[in-house]
Design a protein around this ligand. Sequence first.
Ligand code: SME
Length: 158
Amino acid sequence: MSVPEVDYAALAKVIESLTENETDEVALMATLACEIHHSDDRFDWTGFYRVTEPGMLKIGPYQGGHGCLQIPFGKGVCGTCAETGEVQLVDDVEAFPGHIACAATTRSEIVLPVHGASGRLIGVLDIDSDQPAAFTEADAEGLGRVLNAVFGNGGHWR
Ligand code: SME
């Protein structure tokens, strides 16, 4: 079982400094995807899917191989996260009904909802790993902290 290698508090501080005074959503997501992706070898695909219309996610900034372009709410791990508003922590993607495989090498996945300062769902953060059961509750908590630093009430994005 992998354990968090990344110091999420330190990562949040780095991203806060890199994005200071930035309010553009795509610029913020691009910076988050880059810094999160390179913070831990478990992360083989790191990116955002954005809510572009009611019930639809479309790909946003990401790091890694090609990601599918759109995911309806309720489909796949990302669409389930968007529909339920709940973090999806998937130890074995092949056991997740309707998992959407963008890469054959993916074994586990974590997806978090992303809310703007107003509380509105603006997208999801998706991280895939080629390692089985790569993610833990500590990752969910730490990634939530990083997202909140940028998009939360105290964050830069409005
Ligand atoms: N696995 C995701 C699809 C996005 S690719 O992993 C980048 C899902 O099932 O929603």
